[in-house]
Write a protein that binds this ligand. Sequence first.
Ligand code: ISL
Ligand code: CA
Length: 563
Amino acid sequence: LGPDEWWKGAVIYQIYPRSFKDSNGDGIGDLEGIRSKLDYLQALGVDVLWLSPIYASPQADNGYDIADYYDIDPMFGTLSDFDRLLESVHERGMRLVMDLVVNHSSDENPWFVESRSSRESPKRDWYIWRDPRPGCVGGEAGAEPNNWGSFFSGSAWAWDEATGQYYLHLFHRKQPDLNWDNPDVRSAVYEMMNWWLDRGVDGFRMDVINLISKDPGMPDGIVYSGRAWGEGFPHFSEGPHLHEYLAEMRREVFDGRSGTMTVGECPGVRRDNVLLFTDPARRELDMVFQFDHVDLGLEAGKFHPRPLRPGELADCLSAWQEAQGEVGWNSLYLDNHDQPRAVSRFGDEAWRYESATALATALHMLRGTPYVYQGEELGMTNSVFGGIDDYRDVEALRHYREAVESGESPESVLKGLAFTGRDNARTPVQWDASENAGFTQGTPWIGITPNYRDINAASQVDDPSSVYAYYRALADIRHGLPVIAAGSFERIETPSPGIFAYRRTLGEAVATVLVNLSSQPASLGDATRGVSGDLLLANRDLPEGDRGVPETLGEWEARVYLA
Ligand code: ISL
Ligand code: CA
């Protein structure tokens, strides 16, 4: 790996700061809390920490609504706390990546306050303002400039009485979209990014970066049946100037620096287009988060999931391996702060250790950079929510209201939220079996998942047969074996759709990965014939004489052979 490709050999750990570790008893995780756990993270073998947003924010969307890009929210600490954290991270040889949220800001950001102050404001054009639909009275139903719905329910347009126009917000009304077609906006963003890099951060995860260039015509979207609003997505995802802006950002911010990394969050990005982002020759981003595998089974909407078919996950991940080929680079993840917990979504809580480790094996042995979401390394599960009052996420609260108003029964809405609601991943990290799972001395901002007495870090770090120990082994393998970091990928067919089998090859080195992603034993069939080498990793205790390639894999069994 070249010096500017260090991230190809790295394991990245995502921290959702408000739920990681509270140091001062206010019930909210903070920077000092993170600093107190750096030994834990280092021992796990992670190379990079990505922090979800910690900037000053009214927290309408837990910090994805930034009021001051140059300051830390007091809830998390101060800029000096940040500098101290960064220094401690670097002392350990780790790196730190910030979340960059620039598709939109907070409505409390001085940029927007200025923009909405009058139609003549020099910053008016920094956001996306439009008149009411011709012939309509602003603020009345149907007067919105187009029919786009927001990701968080309702229209994507908010009426501003004082200046008599609407502004666009693809997310919450407190998250107005910035106008990237204005060059002053772009320079302001690049200046801010340079300021953080000069301060020492090592790169950025870029929130919904595929949405920054909108179709200037802003046409109405198709209204799918059962939906109140039109689908604007085709008109704002991968818009006309997206790649021009990403290349410009690369030049203005990253050229001439070394040791940085970038990962663009790209919901809905298409496989056919991914190399436009990740082909290094195009000089845009190092990698992107694609969403195909986490969107599997959501055809009827995010909150009406259907069960996955055996093999669906493996087919999807393989297709992405093939799409990036040897040119691009994948971000490998199964969950994050917006997704249900991986073991609950793709695994089987009845086989918690086995399915958590099988999924981790399947993912971490692929070509790409693996991301671990806080608590995933402990096999943390989805939470338990009594009623809507137990939820905190603005998406859940707004969806509940809208769905119940439109006639869905509260029980049905709650069932959907229990499965795919984002708060599942946002309950505090389970550090130990003491009260509040060792997360806080105070009252946690969101309920702790009740199973913390059984599932927690204290019981796992020294236990060689824990999920945590297994994740550490996966990180060691990635660091020690170039074939895992850089080898090619080739799927191996088996007669069992539940099995995900593949081969990684680099020069003479061959790693064979055999994983049963199902709760039934499954036959490997002829796939066993080509496998050579020694057993490198397994998620079951195997007696000495039993380490050869088996004909059948047990429930959620995972094995890696290395020749
Ligand atoms: O969870 C989702 C809503 O159903 C996703 O569509 C999510 O909104 C999308 O992946 C973008 O996520 C990012 O931007 C959002 C923020 O709420 C998420 O937390 C963030 O990861 C707006 O900034
Ligand atoms: Ca705190």
